[in-house]
Design a protein around this ligand. Structure first.
Ligand SMILES: Nc1ncnc2c1ncn2[C@@H]1O[C@H](COP(=O)(O)OP(=O)(O)O)[C@@H](O)[C@H]1O
Ligand SMILES: [Mg+2]
Length: 267
């Protein structure tokens, strides 16, 4: 089981969108996947077509000290699983541990080191049930994000090709390195996903080059283009791999490439 968290300092860069694109790709590629929605806004839960119940949310599990394996008990199947064509011959499945405002209790800058293992503990013992766990984080580096990092094999930071996002990504990557040094939690690897790229924009090309110069091999290939079809599929709470048209197919293939790289690279 590979645990991958998707985080960044900034909101609106596409963390939840990247989590959803990866979830869609994982399903299509036959992986049994759990999306853990840590963000109190619960956008990933909504995007996966799940209405968060008032009980049985991630926040509730964390409040109960992250009882061992407890996320397995609250996981619900996303309707995306039904969109998946079993005739494709794969065993993929997609569950979500729903987010809610209950997790906002932990959305704070101060925390005790002993709190950081709550998510990790709540995922204990789920190895036989899932191949991949995707953790969608809130737009800050507070306690919830730290819990995600502590639990993760890999942290993906999402960046837009803009000056402020490049600066934010530098701060995020520095924070991950400090987190590694300052705690008993090792983050095995980190990566930068570049999202919302306008392929025709010289400014975007410049920022993509800059991100590559700054982060080298950590930059995930391919980048994700900005395209309105993405918002249409999200608005319908439907997987991009099942959305019609060439633009959706291009996006879907990019996410599939990233997922295959993730599954092969994380130990
Ligand atoms: N590649 C993309 N192309 C077009 N729109 C995108 C893309 N990625 C994200 N968006 C849109 O940008 C907005 C913010 O994305 P979201 O995933 O909610 O960001 P975050 O989780 O980082 O706050 C959403 O309306 C989403 O549909
Ligand atoms: Mg989000």
């Amino acid at each position: 089981m590979q645990i991958v968290s998707i985080s960044s300092l900034k909101g609106g860069v596409g963390k939840s969108s990247v989590a959803l694109g990866l979830a869609s790709a994982a399903l299509e590629n036959g992986l049994r996947t759990l999306v853990v929605d840590l963000d109190p806004h619960a956008d990933a839960t909504t995007g996966l077509g799940v209405h968060a119940p008032s009980r049985n949310t991630v926040g509730r599990v964390l409040a109960k000290r992250g009882k061992s394996g407890a996320l397995g008990g609250i996981a619900v199947a996303s309707p995306w699983s039904e969109a998946h064509d079993p005739a494709a011959g794969s065993r993929g499945s997609l569950d979500v541990a729903p987010g809610s405002s209950q997790s906002s209790h932990f959305d704070r800058a101060t925390y005790k080191g002993s709190e950081l293992d709550r998510l990790s503990r709540a995922l204990t013992g789920l190895e036989s049930r899932y191949d991949l766990v995707l953790v969608d984080c809130p737009p800050n580096l507070n306690a919830l994000t730290r819990m995600a990092w502590a639990a993760s094999d890999k942290v993906l930071s999402v960046a837009e090709p803009s000056l402020f996002s490049v600066a934010g990504t530098q701060r995020t990557m520095t924070a991950i390195a400090q987190f590694e040094r300052g705690s008993r939690w090792a983050v095995d690897s980190a990566g930068v996903v570049i999202n919302k790229v306008d392929m025709d924009s010289a400014e975007h090309q410049h920022r993509v080059r800059e991100l590559n110069e700054l982060f080298g091999h950590l930059v995930v290939d391919p980048v994700i283009p900005e395209h309105p079809v993405w918002q249409r599929a999200q608005g319908a709470a439907w997987p991009i791999h099942r959305w019609p048209g060439d633009d959706a197919r291009d996006l879907a293939q990019r996410f599939s490439t990233i997922v295959r790289g993730l599954v092969n690279s994380v130990k």
